[in-house]
Design a protein around this ligand. Structure first.
Ligand code: SF4
Ligand code: SF4
Ligand code: FES
Length: 254
């Protein structure tokens, strides 16, 4: 029997990338308004399982602690989200018996809850998700963005490369080369920028290449799990339109 002032936390663990996963259960004192990161800190301070076995502290990743960096993304009670903004009180409303923590499944596990999100950063490189600058000297203020352009860009700029959209996407797996919704959306963000527009053709070529927009199965899971409510389906639709127009122009030699 677990006391009401105790939280039962089940953690899916793995010692190293090639090792097998296993579950361990910890009972930690319940602290008002705690988040999952503070629960993991409690376990780190006293790494003893519910069976009273002393074990290695659980490894996890975090940085900003305010849902901005995406580093603490993990699967909590079966739903991918950020550990820093997942509050214990809310999680216990979902499941009063326990909190289950698992690493994201679409990325290689490094240890315990720490995964390697390189796949996402490589995808951003593939679509050239940046504004090219011609050096580090003062280039002046640059072209102004209209209000409509700003309204399109701001929601897309909130992406924190957390990986939730890839975790939920049925098209992402070990064998697929699909870049995922986040990179598609970032290509659209930089294509909409007055300076980024000058190199839009490079991003569109990348979106049309293998692993690009054609691999999206339109299952729409990505938009449902994005913690920043980024309009990913609108970005995917825009990417489809932009690549179609670009392909026709390219065919016509314009
Ligand atoms: S719409 Fe579906 S297939 Fe396309 S990126 Fe989103 S989840 Fe993946
Ligand atoms: S689009 Fe949303 S879910 Fe995907 S990486 Fe960016 S913030 Fe995370
Ligand atoms: S620690 Fe940065 S999003 Fe959670």
């Amino acid at each position: 029997m677990i006391a009401a002032d105790t939280v039962t936390v089940k953690v899916k663990r793995r010692e190293r990338p090639a090792a097998s996963s296993y579950w361990e259960t910890f009972n930690v004192p319940r602290v008002p308004e705690a988040n999952v990161i503070s629960v993991l800190q409690q376990i780190a301070a006293h790494p003893v399982t519910a069976e009273n076995k002393k074990v290695a502290p659980v490894a996890w990743d975090c940085n900003c602690l305010e849902e901005v960096c995406g580093a603490c993304s993990m699967v909590i009670n079966g739903r991918v989200r950020q550990a820093c903004s997942a509050l214990v009180d809310k999680l216990l409303e979902e499941d009063p018996t326990q909190i289950r923590l698992e690493p994201m499944s679409k990325f290689p596990v490094i240890r315990d809850l720490v995964v390697d999100r390189s796949r996402m950063f490589e995808a951003l490189k593939r679509v050239k998700a940046w504004i090219p600058l011609d050096g580090y000297y003062d280039l002046g203020p640059g072209p102004a963005m209209s209000e409509a352009e700003q309204e399109l860009a701001y929601p897309l700029s909130r992406c924190m490369t957390c990986g939730c959209c890839l975790e939920a996407c049925p098209q992402i797996n070990e064998r697929s080369d699909f870049i995922g919704a986040a990179a598609v959306s970032q290509a659209i963000l930089f294509n909409a920028h007055p300076t980024g527009r000058l190199t839009a053709h490079q991003r569109l070529e990348a979106l049309m290449a293998p692993g690009g927009i054609a691999d999206c199965g339109n299952a729409q899971n990505c938009a449902k799990v994005c913690p920043k409510n980024i309009p990913l389906l609108a970005s995917i639709a825009r990417a489809g339109r932009q690549t179609t127009v670009y392909a026709i122009k390219r065919w016509l030699g314009r």
